[in-house]
Design a protein around this ligand. Structure first.
Ligand code: SF4
Ligand code: MG
Length: 334
């Protein structure tokens, strides 16, 4: 499959009184045409900053790497050129639709603006298209809703409006950052269904940013697991659920509640310890303080990101274990 977005060795740092904070620390991610790629990890893992940097919306400083969309280097475009791509070719939706919708304009006006920013169409054509889009995302009575203000709609309906705006120009890539986190489970399932539908009908590629492996299982073709500003594991979705390699991924999977578990809320497994404060760890494997398999070498030397099976990549010393189950440390340290 042809690649659409190629992020290569991207580094985004923030600067605070406490010094340099590498929020994105050498991330390489490819989204292929028409696929849904999940970016999963706890909050603070760098997934949102990666996407925001790619869209040129991050406050951080880009310290290295490249972002190519359809072969165009996004990081070297002028602001004006970037604005043309954002919204038209790449659209974004976020967790909290109320913060992205303007409360003083009707939803129709906001969708029309999204259309007219990128397309040369008059007001009445734009309104027609807004109604079409509302119907497309499953909003009942779109001719009426088009004249409503955002606060008159439910959270699920507002998220549908956001998706309608995002789809306004038929983007080839949709970046969705925790699009269903603020919604209750039933509505969440409907929104994920809708996104799957749109992807199939319009061949839109989706970068699905989430902390929720359930969302990944429902929607994604492939997944990148992020930890401490780095991708630690990557594979197709079936493989990651069947055969997770990285101890962090294994921990995340254990924390997915199962349907048979009636006390799931209280019995959620959680990975001990917290996400490292970005910048606090600069040596070895960043997961070592929380890893039950951590070895001596893990604390001093960073493992490389290696293809351990076709299409399955892992960043962990464990796969370097030899047949005797021991690590040939001498060889590794050299
Ligand atoms: Fe755990 Fe070591 Fe693998 Fe890091 S490299 S995940 S500390 S075993
Ligand atoms: Mg985030």
């Amino acid at each position: 499959m042809e690649s659409l977005l190629e992020i290569n060795n991207l580094k985004t740092y923030f600067y605070s009184e406490n010094g340099e904070v590498p929020a994105v620390d050498g991330v390489s991610i490819t989204v292929k045409k028409g696929e849904t790629l999940g970016i999963v990890g706890e909050s603070g893992s760098g997934k949102s900053v990666t996407a925001l940097t790619a869209m040129r919306l991050s406050q951080g400083k880009v310290m290295g790497g490249s972002v190519k969309f359809k072969g165009i280097d996004l990081l070297s475009l002028s602001d004006e050129e970037m604005r043309k791509i954002r919204g038209k070719e790449i659209a974004m939706i976020f967790q909290e639709p109320m913060t992205s919708l303007n409360p003083v304009f009707t939803v129709g006006n906001q969708i029309m603006e999204a259309i007219q920013t990128h397309m040369d169409v008059g007001k009445s054509k734009a309104k027609e298209r807004a109604v079409e889009l509302l119907a497309l995302v499953g909003i009942p009575r779109p001719e009426q809703i088009v004249n409503e203000y955002p606060h008159r709609l439910s959270g699920g309906m507002r998220q549908r409006v956001m998706i309608a705006m995002a789809m306004a120009c038929n983007p080839s890539l949709l970046i969705a950052d925790e699009p269903t986190t603020a919604l209750d489970v039933t509505i969440q399932a409907q929104i994920l269904d809708l996104m799957r539908d749109l992807k199939e009908k319009h061949n839109t590629a989706i970068m699905m940013i989430t902390h929720d492996l359930g969302v990944v299982a429902e929607t994604c073709d492939r997944v990148c697991v992020m930890y401490g500003g780095k991708v630690v594991e990557e594979s197709d979705v079936q493989e990651i659920f069947k055969n997770p390699k990285h101890p962090y991924t294994q921990g995340l999977l254990k924390s997915v509640p199962t349907l048979i578990d009636s006390e799931q809320q209280t019995r959620l497994y959680s990975i001990e310890g917290n996400v490292p404060i970005p910048g606090s760890l600069r040596e070895g494997c960043y997961f070592a303080p929380r890893c039950e398999f951590a070895m001596e070498i893990c604390r001093t030397k960073a493992p490389a990101f290696k293809e351990v099976e076709p299409g399955h990549f892992n960043r962990c010393w464990l796969h370097e274990l030899d047949e005797r189950g021991e690590l040939d440390v001498k060889q590794l340290v050299e």
